[in-house]
Design a protein around this ligand. Structure first.
Ligand code: A3P
Length: 315
């Protein structure tokens, strides 16, 4: 079950120590008008990304930062392992292949040679990305790799990203919530505007190889959410498996073992794990500003209904 945690910890801690030597203005770079962290990626990696060759059995997990990507990826890894029933030897082989990557399989992280090395990973590859659909390499849709797209209500996403920005040494922190809020609304954060991401995902909401899942629906009923995911990827699990996985991937369980799974990054990542934390930081004016922006960009769309904006975001 332990899919090479050590590598994730090493990559992150290496990035943390590199970032200590970088002035804040160089912590991010811009590629095609969008910011990314320079300790994790580069414009050359983005150029090389176009050559990524997807397989039809790849599992692609896509979500804007702070929408619950680490939770979803843990859930999907557990579902996939329970379905595949790898022997210890097979698991060992997989871990060794992943070690040779020299990073973890986040699509846009690493050096430009990563896409050659990814060819050597055994199937099924589970690949995470923060990129929206129009920026994904073309082979993903062409080769019909399945994409599970994760969304979260924008108010909690904004608050989660604020704390992350101010605690993560890889990106420059903001002097105040108000300044950060303006940057979130204008897409001046790494991976760009969350509203633009949602608008792009909404265009693909009925695509046959894409399924959308929301953070909130997993919080409402994790077992039901996991059953939908298993169905989409064709994983076959018994009822008991779902309950065991829900227990292993609860916020409390993941937070408790975070030192072992995520090293120092664990303290930054596992913050509150709740729905509605935005109420602590949003002013009445910011609340209205975001309601207007959401209505203008996504009002009446299927994705707005999926996010249940009216349930989770109205004052
Ligand atoms: P908060 O900052 O609101 O607590 P990402 O993995 O995309 O960076 O998302 C991080 C968010 O997911 C954080 O939200 C974190 O607490 C939450 N999270 C992580 N693991 C979780 C879990 N098992 N259950 C619920 N939320 C979780």
């Amino acid at each position: 079950m332990n899919r090479n945690r050590q590598r994730l910890i090493e990559v992150l801690e290496n990035a943390f120590s590199q970032s200590e030597k970088i002035p804040p203005e160089d912590m991010v770079f811009s590629y095609r008008g969008i910011l990314y962290p320079s300790t994790l990626s580069s414009p050359e990696t983005f150029e090389a990304l176009k050559s990524f060759e997807a397989r039809s059995d790849d599992v692609i997990l896509a979500g804007y930062p702070k929408t619950g990507n680490n939770w979803l990826s843990e859930i999907v890894k557990e579902l996939e392992s329970a379905d595949a029933k790898y022997t210890e030897e097979e698991m060992e082989e997989r871990i060794n292949a992943e070690k040779k990557l020299q990073t973890f399989p986040c699509l846009e992280f690493g050096d430009p040679g990563i896409y050659e090395r990814m060819k050597k990973l055994p199937s099924r590859r589970i690949i995470v990305t923060h990129l929206p659909p129009h920026l994904l390499p073309p082979s993903i849709l062409q080769n019909k790799a399945k994409i599970l797209a994760l969304v979260r209500n924008p108010k909690d996403t904004a608050v989660s990203y604020y704390h992350f920005y101010n605690n993560l040494p890889l990106v420059p922190s903001f002097p105040s919530w108000n300044e950060y809020f303006a940057a979130f609304m204008n897409g001046k954060l790494t991976w760009g505007s969350y509203f633009d991401h949602l608008v792009e995902w909404n265009k693909y909401i009925n695509h046959e190889s894409i399924m959308m899942i929301s953070y909130e629906e997993l919080k409402e009923n994790q077992v039901l959410g996991m059953k939908k995911i298993a169905d989409f990827f064709g994983f076959s699990l018994c009822e008991e498996d779902f309950h065991i996985i829900a227990k292993n991937t609860s916020f409390q369980a993941m937070k408790e073992k975070s030192k072992e799974t995520h090293g120092k990054f664990g303290d930054i990542l596992f913050r509150k794990g709740v729905v509605g934390n935005w109420r602590d930081l949003f002013s009445a004016a910011q609340n209205e500003e975001m309601d207007r922006k959401f209505e203008d960009s996504l009002g009446g769309t299927k994705l707005a209904a999926k996010i249940k904006y009216d349930v989770y975001c109205k004052a």
